[in-house]
Ligand binder design. Sequence first.
Ligand SMILES: [Fe+2]
Ligand SMILES: [Fe+2]
Length: 353
Amino acid sequence: MKEKWKILIIDDEPINTEILNAILKNDYEVVISNNGKEVIALTEKESPNLILLDVLMPGISGFDICKGLKANPLTEKIPVIFITNLKDAEDESYGLTIGGVDYISKPVSAEILRARVATHIALNNHRINIESKVARRNAELIEIQRATIHMLGEAGHYNDTDTGVHIWRMAAFSGVIAKAAGWHDEKVKMIKLAAPMHDTGKIGISDKILKKTTHLNKEEWNIMQTHTSIGHNILLKSSSELFLTAADIALYHHEKWDGTGYPVGLENEQIPESARIVAIADVFDALTTKRPYKEPWPIDKAFDEIEKMGGNHFEPSLVELFMKNIDAILNVKKMWDNEEQVTKKKFLFPLEN
Ligand SMILES: [Fe+2]
Ligand SMILES: [Fe+2]
């Protein structure tokens, strides 16, 4: 059986609601109200597909009701048609500016009413369809973006000794520092998405070097340092702000505040802030997790070490913010450490088999 669309009719005169009901009841499920004041609650409860609304009612005007409906996220998208005696063109245009979709004058013609109701319900259904298609497409794009980041992050660490969770945990630390540094939400979100790709360039470094547990000789060290520019070149293939930020981070995440880092030897504010933030997060995570060549450091010792590195390796004011947000950092760590345990149980990373 075909679904019947629901129409809510509001008019203080029962005779008027009866006339409209008589015209529409065979084709629609009709809900009637003669009390303008209950409309918003009734609309939330009934979720009609369309509302027919009288303008002149005692105590409250249809225009005010319409404004209330349009200001409420639960009811804002329901089309409202005004039904009224007002013939004034100004009133009509006012009704349309506050969100009404149409205007029908009394006495109502049955044909016109049926035609307009059908048209507006069809238009609204069309809008709903398009919106849900756009929402599905957006969700798909977000998933593609997430998967791309994940794959680039994993690719960078595929032959490395860091675990898969490292990239997400250090990204979350980066988010905490960026937020503390006053970044607005969108930018914080962006650094959290860009940071996991910081070591993408390690895909271009031999695993003999990446997995070496003894000190790298000069030549090996020079090769190792190129993971910054390799990552940068890979990530620059996209012109989106997210990947450009990631390219910057990849290139500069080993620069140091005092100018002794690599690959360029930039110092202070010459280093992009995103890379200055990620540098702290990356080192802190490396200190506090197990690697084949070392046990995790006790958390207090790791915080002390980061603090000591303020002014030489790291920007001092960012270190200060990091230290002020120890609780948030520890929360993030706890969450991702748990996640790591779950992930390890669910599936082994390919190289750990
Ligand atoms: Fe790196
Ligand atoms: Fe890293």
